[in-house]
Design a protein around this ligand. Structure first.
Ligand code: FAD
Length: 284
């Protein structure tokens, strides 16, 4: 339980952190995942670059009609942000569902997204929100959609030397309702299955349906067949049940000590129905 020896830097400026990372430095944010991995020697970085002291990297702001959340915003910052609660409640609700208060006070949005645990909560919400992940390195900045960012188990589109600097989500209109529902592992709080639903109903018909899924398989995904089944419908109980039954369509469910593949699929449909129903109830 003792990590290998490593060098440690805590730069105050983004430029300095990116330079250290260009030379092989490994970013450390809240340390809630990286430190245990180092202690278990699943990770042995030679140089740890603590990005937690970089000014401005935890800002949550509205600009250009979108919400920009700095990567260093803790889960508690996201959960308690009045701006997010009012204009993107799905993200605040999802942050509040993570782990316990200690984890939410230390863990960060950027760290969780970069870690890409297949049972992490944020990926479901970011898929449903069609979020953008902003990646910065010493040679520039690029933006990747959530759909393209989460590649596989603990695998993302991040290239060596790149730091997530912010996550960008839409400002939700009044006609949109959202909900995150999860069946959790009682020991850690991680999602055995987590479903984020985002729906818009106009003139009695669902005009937009986005459903993000975490926990079911090796990586998060959007349940496109379920979304298609909902769009154009009124949102009756039968419409919800038909869509929820499609949430695992084309996906190979994981099996582990927490749930068999069959049980996971059962949970996914069940929690999809709950999330869709709750989201529809919030449409203005
Ligand atoms: C007891 C416990 C319970 C938990 N329960 C849950 C839960 O219910 N749901 C859930 O979703 N999560 C849960 N977590 C995980 C938690 O959310 C972590 O905070 C998160 O996975 C990692 O965030 P961090 O800021 O601590 O990152 P760190 O541990 O510092 O880093 C994690 C990884 O991300 C990289 N990294 C960090 N920041 C950046 C960045 N800005 N750009 C690029 N790479 C970066 C690091 O190099 C490392 O590879 C739990 C953790 C613990 C310890």
């Amino acid at each position: 339980m003792i990590p290998n020896t490593f060098d440690y830097s805590a730069p105050a400026h983004l430029k300095d952190a990116l330079e250290l990372m260009a030379n092989g430095g490994k970013p450390l944010a809240g340390g809630m995942s990286l430190i245990p991995m180092m202690k278990l020697r699943l990770a042995s970085p030679e140089h740890v670059v603590d990005v937690g002291r970089i000014a401005g990297l935890n800002t949550i702001r509205e600009a250009d009609g979108k919400l920009h959340i700095g990567a260093n915003a803790t889960h508690y910052d996201v959960e308690s942000s009045a701006l997010l609660q009012g204009k993107c409640p799905l993200l605040a609700e999802t942050a509040a569902a993570i782990g316990d208060i200690q984890v939410r006070n230390r863990g960060t949005l950027g760290g969780s997204v970069a870690h890409a645990d297949p049972s992490a909560d944020y990926p479901a919400a970011l898929q449903a929100l069609e979020a953008s992940i902003v990646l910065t390195s010493a040679s520039g900045t690029r933006t990747v959609s959530a759909a393209n960012f989460f590649v596989d188990t603990f695998t993302t589109a991040l290239e060596p030397g790149e730091l997530i600097t912010e996550v960008v989500v839409p400002v939700e209109a009044g006609l949109t309702g959202t909900s995150y529902q999860k069946f959790l592992q009682s020991a850690s709080g991680f999602a055995v299955v987590g479903i984020a639903a985002r729906v818009r109903r106009e003139g009695g018909r669902i005009t937009l349906a986005r459903i993000g899924v975490t926990g079911v398989s090796g990586t998060s995904y959007r349940a496109l067949k379920a979304e298609q089944a909902l769009e154009g419908k009124a949102g009756s109980d039968a419409d919800i049940a038909a869509a929820a039954a499609l949430v695992g369509e084309g996906v190979e469910a994981s099996a582990d000590l927490h749930a068999s593949a069959v049980y996971r699929m059962h949970l996914a449909s069940n929690y999809a129905a709950r999330a869709i129903r709750a989201a529809l109830s919030k449409c203005a």
